[in-house]
Design a protein around this ligand. Structure first.
Ligand code: PEP
Ligand code: MN
Length: 345
């Protein structure tokens, strides 16, 4: 922390601040500038936030952290990029590495609706080149009257689709008490945008070792996003994949505003892999392909796309879901962009 003094600070006020810093257990180092004085506080990183209260003392202008509040997520403490390994928990299941040279495509319906729907989708997206299957069994819906998901039955259908295709499955968990059950069936546990600051849930998924796909909240700053990742890492689970899925702005033409600059910003700040969800970001199937291309160009490690065999009949998010043939074309069209970014598919 550094404490920046007002130009008008008196000697007595400076002495009082220095004394207070010492009494809080930190070593003050006064730096004398031309216009103002600054005091650097040296000591244990933990608890340094308490120093912020010095802003209430006479002569103090502001108190600023000099280090990032996230430690385990930071590139400073972990300069090598993390590669999160995922393995489909089934005989001959496929293994996928997120964050390496390979651009990863996760595809599947918003919600698991039936055996036929999820198995048909899984086979179609695998044939088109997807590396993982998504599908919600527990759905975070704005309305309590909307379809809430098939719950455990949906998890079993995802496992069946995995058996048929070998694709690892990604599915959302909303409640800390459901973590053991979801971890039993899924290969990657998703924490959705609405739960990014459900700290009990973050701690619960931090205690398991299966990879976690953490989606940015529609109202989260990048710093808050990384602090949520820090919760998972600090519980001992290093397998975190970040997902930019759009933030809420004043714009109404799209469901959210895809913050693509978050991709390079995150890559400067953290070693964790970063993927993009162009489906929830835009809300319209026609925008999924252009924003997928943009995600590749921005340097993302992968994308997650909603695909439904009959989007017009989907129980949730039909408007933003691609038909299998449109998805197949998307994968084809992405190839030259992935190659241009020196990655493979
Ligand atoms: C989802 O991926 O199914 C979902 C609900 O997305 P988000 O949490 O980003 O809204
Ligand atoms: Mn959805």
């Amino acid at each position: 922390m550094i404490v920046v003094m007002k130009p008008s600070i008196t000697k007595e006020e400076l002495d009082a601040v220095v004394g207070r810093i010492k009494s809080m257990g930190y070593q003050p180092h006064v730096l004398y500038g031309v216009e103002r004085k600054v005091v650097a506080c040296i000591g244990d990183e933990r608890g340094k936030a308490r120093l912020q209260a010095l802003e209430t003392m006479a002569g103090v202008e502001t108190v600023m952290p000099i280090l990032r509040p996230y430690k385990l997520a930071s590139v400073i403490t972990h300069p090598a990029r993390s590669v999160v390994k995922v393995k489909a928990d089934v005989k001959n299941g496929l293994a996928v590495a997120v964050g390496g040279k390979k651009f990863i495509i996760i595809a599947g319906p918003c919600s698991v609706e039936s055996e036929e729907q999820i198995v048909e989708t899984a086979k179609a997206v695998k044939k088109a080149g997807a590396h993982m299957l998504r599908g919600g069994a527990y759905k975070p819906r704005t309305s309590p009257y909307a379809f809430q998901g098939m719950e455990e039955e949906g998890l079993k259908l995802l496992a069946l689709a995995r058996e048929e295709t070998g694709l690892p499955v990604v599915t959302e968990v909303m409640n800390p008490s459901d973590v053991p059950l979801v971890a039993k069936w899924a290969d990657v546990l998703q924490v959705g945008a609405r739960n990014i600051q459900n700290f009990a849930l973050l701690k619960a998924v931090g205690k398991i070792h299966k990879p976690v796909l953490l989606k940015r909240g529609m109202m989260s700053t990048i710093e808050e996003f990384l602090m949520s990742a820090e919760y998972i890492l600090s519980e001992g689970n290093p397998n975190v994949i970040l997902c930019e899925r759009g933030i809420r702005t004043f714009e109404k033409a799209t469901r959210n505003t895809l913050d693509l600059s978050a991709v390079p910003v995150l890559q400067m700040e953290t070693h964790l892999p970063v993927i993009v969800d162009p489906s929830h970001a835009t809300g319209h199937w026609q925008l999924v392909e252009p924003m997928s291309r943009a995600a590749v160009a921005a340097g993302a490690d992968g994308i997650m796309v909603e695909v439904h065999p009959h989007p017009e009949e989907a129980w949730s998010d039909g408007a933003q879901s691609l038909k299998p043939e449109t998805f197949r074309q998307l994968v084809k069209d992405l190839k030259p962009f992935v190659t241009a970014m020196k990655k493979t598919m």
